[in-house]
Design a protein around this ligand. Structure first.
Ligand code: NAP
Length: 296
C-alpha cells in the first residue's frame, strides 16, 4: 500500500488562511503586525529566502520592512540597526537572514535581538523558555514539523516512539524538546541520532515516527523504516540532474520512492516541510503583535 503523502503546501495554506483572518481582526483594532527583515550581502539563496518571506507577509497583511545592506556593512552598523528595530513599535518581529558575512559575529547579532521580537526563536532566552515548557517563540522549522504531525489525520503523538536523525540547534534539538513536552503537542518518547550513533537502523526500526534532518540524501532507506511508520523528511539537498535546466534537483534525506511503499504517511521534498517554515515565521510575528498589545 502506498503511503499518504503529507502535503506541506496544503497544511501551510490552511495555517496562512487562519493567520489572514487573525490579521484582519487585529486591523480592526488598528494593530498591524510588522516584520523587520535584515539581509547583509547578496547571496542568491538568501535573497530568494528573504523575498519569499516578504511576499508571504504581504499575502496575509503583515507589514514588512526590508533592509538590504551591502556585504561590507560593519558589525557596529548592523547592531545599531537591530537596536533601532528593537525600539520601533511598528516592528514585532526581527529576522536576520543567516549566514552573515564572516567579519560579523553571528551570535552577537542574534543576542542583540530583543527576545520579545525574536520570531526565529534562536535567542537563548526563548530556547530556555521552550525547554522548561514556558510560552516562547518556537523555532520555525521544528514548529512546522510539529504542526504537520498534529494536522495529519491518524497521527498520534501521545506516547509515540519518535526517532529524530540530526541534532542541530535549529532543527533536531528544538524538535526533540518540543515533542517531549508534557502537553498535547508533545508527550512523545524521543530518541535523537547523529553521526556518533552506533546503529541508527536499530533505533529507526522501532519508531512510529521517523524525522530525518541530517542534510544527506538517502540517510533513511526503506529497510530502516517499520511498516506503517510516519516519515517526515526535513532535509533539502541539491543533487546533479542533467535532465534539469538548472543542472540539479532537490531531494530530501529519505529514499522517498521506496519508503512510500512501506510507510503509512510521508512528506515529499520539495513540498513537505519547506512551506511550513515561512508559515511559522508569520505565525510568530502575529503572536508577537498580539503579545505587544496585551492580547495574549
Ligand atoms: P546541520 O546543522 O548540518 O546538522 C545535521 C545533523 O545531522 C547533525 O547533527 C549531524 O550529526 C547529523 N547527521 C549528518 N549526517 C548524518 C548521518 N549520516 N547519520 C546520522 N546523523 C547525521 O543541518 P541542519 O541545519 O539541522 O539541517 C538539516 C537538513 O534540513 C539540511 O538538509 C537542511 O537544508 C534542511 N533544512 C530544511 C529546512 C526547511 O525549511 N525545509 C529548514 C532547516 C534545515 P553531528 O551533530 O554528529 O555532526
Amino acid at each position: 500500500m502506498s503511503a499518504y503523502i503529507i502535503d506541506g503546501k496544503v497544511i501551510a495554506a490552511q495555517i496562512r488562511e487562519e493567520l489572514k483572518a487573525e490579521v484582519a481582526n487585529l486591523k480592526q483594532k488598528n494593530i498591524v503586525p510588522g516584520l523587520g527583515v535584515i539581509l547583509v550581502g547578496a547571496d542568491p539563496a538568501s535573497i530568494s529566502y528573504v523575498t519569499a518571506k516578504e511576499k508571504a507577509c504581504e499575502e496575509i497583511g503583515i507589514y514588512s520592512e526590508d533592509n538590504r545592506l551591502p556585504a561590507d556593512t560593519s558589525e557596529k552598523d548592523l547592531l545599531a540597526l537591530v537596536g533601532r528595530m528593537n525600539n520601533n513599535p511598528k516592528i514585532n518581529g526581527i529576522l536576520v537572514q543567516l549566514p552573515l558575512p564572516k567579519h560579523i559575529d553571528e551570535q552577537k547579532v542574534l543576542l542583540a535581538i530583543d527576545p520579545a521580537k525574536d520570531v526565529d526563536g534562536f535567542h537563548p532566552m526563548n530556547v530556555g523558555k521552550m525547554v522548561v515548557g514556558d510560552k516562547a517563540f518556537l523555532p520555525c522549522t521544528p514548529h512546522g514539523v510539529v504542526q504537520m504531525l498534529l494536522r495529519t489525520l491518524g497521527v498520534n503523538l501521545d506516547g509515540a516512539e519518535v526517532v529524530i536523525v540530526g541534532r542541530s540547534n535549529i532543527v533536531g534539538k528544538p524538535l526533540a524538546n518540543m515533542l517531549i513536552q508534557k502537553s498535547k503537542t508533545g508527550n512523545a518518547t524521543v530518541t535523537v541520532c547523529h553521526t556518533r550513533t552506533k546503529d541508527i537502523k536499530a533505533h529507526t526500526l522501532r519508531a512510529d515516527i521517523v524525522i530525518a534532518a541530517a542534510g544527506r540524501p538517502n540517510t533513511i532507506t526503506a529497510d530502516m523504516v517499520k511498516d506503517g511508520a510516519v516519515v517526515i523528511d526535513v532535509g533539502v539537498n541539491r543533487i546533479e540532474d542533467a535532465t534539469k535546466k538548472s543542472g540539479f534537483r532537490l531531494v530530501g534525506d529519505c529514499d522517498f520512492d521506496a519508503i512510500k511503499e512501506k510507510a503509512s504517511a510521508i512528506t515529499p521534498v520539495p513540498g513537505g516541510v519547506g512551506p511550513m517554515t515561512i508559515t511559522m515565521l508569520l505565525y510568530n510575528t502575529v503572536e508577537s503583535a498580539k503579545n505587544a498589545n496585551n492580547l495574549l
